[in-house]
Ligand binder design. Structure first.
Ligand code: 4AD
Ligand code: MG
Length: 477
């Protein structure tokens, strides 16, 4: 009689089999019925205690949250909610959980409350399901790229360059905050810092991935990225995970094709491999929807939404076409947008992106060929000399989920662009050398992993799809 798991019992156990299992008590009813969860799957197993023959001291300690070890026999369940259950022969308490103090009671808790208890929230079914999906999606990402011949490259987390040129980086330093070394002009002397120069946590692995794409051909990174932007929204984290493929000899069209194929693959994989979790999250959302006025309710259920994205072609439009639609649309004319679109060149805000996706096209949209002035220095200048080969993918309910581009592979054009916007070309010497030795067309994109998990799980706050969120003024756990 070995130690088994709930998933094994539910999928492959035979009646009358003797089992031994450890897990946590979700609920204990009528001094008899334990709903036991061990993390192996979303489902609990019902364990029925012969309470007349169980020590009262032990019965008292079977409380929500306690860890127990049970041995017993698999039997057909007398109840209707489950096919089988464990008839308990012996139970021992591994770790008590004081009911008065344990924050995760068997009732609905608000997500705000659970964020304050981020160390215990994985014990709720919702977080359990979300984090299972997160894990499955991570696996599917590696599986996809492996099948497509991409190599996984571990790009550095500490960097000396600002990959996005947006100046939103966290400094990494070992200099004393009270008495930093100063140079002759009485400024902090970063030559004395740990790396002998200014260093930061990376905002993207792209630049280093480009170096490897120019050798391994097709590569991807999947790691944490950090942004010190003060955006307290439901879609921004200060620490988030990003997947960044980069491929040589691939142009913008190939990049859009790859991104669309990739996203559909991941969603399909979740549908096929995490059906129970998705059904659980779908019913949670339906409950939430019922509280809303009818007109605000979603037309599709969670699984319908995912299926819709898998089976429909993403709409592809240029930035110029997007601006034309937005300029003519009702909320723009009636000044319902916070930012009114007046002319070509305006940056698209999330209200505009969501209008295009949710109201106008009602499907995922890829916008490409943006004005150079609102995009990063490394994007390839188009022949019109004013747009770059950038592309953003917008998802319903999420907004921007992917941002990517064809990269500027021409040394002279890149150098001019960097100088025009005031980037120190010396700092990027190695990036520029990629254009000097064997340069070639290449492209890539970044998928915000948490935004993908939000879409798949239907969670509406990005803080609830990462185990321990980092946001401005918040790094408690
Ligand atoms: O559009 P971004 O800034 O693109 C890049 O970083 C490129 N270097 C990617 C590339 O071409 N290799 O970020 C890519 C994606 C966004 O579309 C969004 O999904 C996500 O990363 N993202 C964030 N997710 C959570 N919190 C934040 N603060 C995010 N900033 C970007
Ligand atoms: Mg972007």
């Amino acid at each position: 009689m070995g130690n088994t798991t709930v998933i094994k019992i539910l999928s492959e156990s035979n009646k009358n089999e003797l089992v031994e299992i450890s897990g946590w008590v979700k609920t204990f009813r009528a001094n008899r019925f334990i709903a036991l969860n061990d993390g192996s799957c979303l489902e609990n197993i019902q364990c029925v205690i012969d309470y007349e023959n169980t020590d009262e001291n032990i019965l008292k300690k079977i409380t929500t949250g306690s860890a127990v070890k049970i041995s017993g026999k698999i039997v057909e369940s007398a109840g209707t909610k489950q096919a089988i259950e464990i008839q308990v022969n012996d139970i021992s308490i591994l770790g008590e959980s004081n009911t008065e103090e344990y924050p995760i009671q068997p009732k609905k808790h608000s997500f705000e409350f659970l964020r304050e208890n981020a160390h215990l929230r994985p014990r709720t079914s919702t977080f359990n399901a979300v984090m299972r999906l997160r894990s499955t999606l991570s696996f599917a990402i590696h599986k996809f790229f492996n099948e497509e011949g991409f190599y996984y490259v571990h790009t550095p987390i500490i960097t000396g360059s600002d990959a996005e040129g947006a100046g939103e980086q966290f400094r990494v330093t070992t200099l004393s905050p009270k008495n930093p070394d100063l140079n002759s002009s009485k400024e902090v002397d970063y030559k004395k810092d740990f790396f002998g120069k200014e260093t930061y946590l990376t905002v993207s692995g792209q630049l280093e991935a480009e170096a490897y794409a120019m050798s391994l051909g097709k590569v991807y990174t999947f790691g944490p990225t950090f942004r010190a932007e003060n955006s307290n929204t439901s879609r921004h984290l200060s620490e988030f995970w990003m997947i960044e493929p980069e491929a040589a000899f691939m142009d913008l069209n190939g990049n859009m094709d790859l991104a669309e194929q990739f996203l559909k693959y991941l969603l399909q994989y979740a549908l096929e491999n995490k059906k129970n979790e998705l059904e659980f999250l779908e019913s949670r959302l339906l409950e939430e929807e019922k509280k809303k006025p009818e007109k605000d309710r979603s037309e599709m259920s969670l699984i319908e939404k995912i299926n819709f994205v898998v089976t429909n072609k993403f709409k592809r439009i240029t930035y110029t076409e997007a601006i034309d639609i937005l300029r003519q649309c009702k909320p723009n004319k009636k000044k319902k947008f916070k930012y009114i679109i007046k002319e070509w060149g305006a940056d698209l805000q999330s209200e505009h992106e969501r209008y295009l996706v949710e109201k106008h096209f009602k499907c995922p949209v890829i916008i490409y060929n943006y004005p150079a002035s609102i995009k990063s220095f490394y994007m390839r200048l188009n022949d019109d000399n004013k747009t770059v080969g950038a592309m953003d993918i917008l998802f319903p309910g999420i907004g921007e989920i992917v941002g990517g581009s064809q990269r500027e592979e021409r040394a002279d054009v890149l150098n001019k662009r960097m100088k025009d916007i005031g980037i120190d070309t010396k700092e990027f010497w190695w990036y520029n050398e990629l254009r000097k030795f064997g340069t070639a067309a290449h492209s890539g994109f970044g998928l915000g992993f948490e935004r993908l998990v939000m879409f798949v799980t239907g969670m509406s706050n990005i803080r609830d799809v990462i185990p321990f969120p980092r946001t401005p003024q918040n790094a408690e756990f």
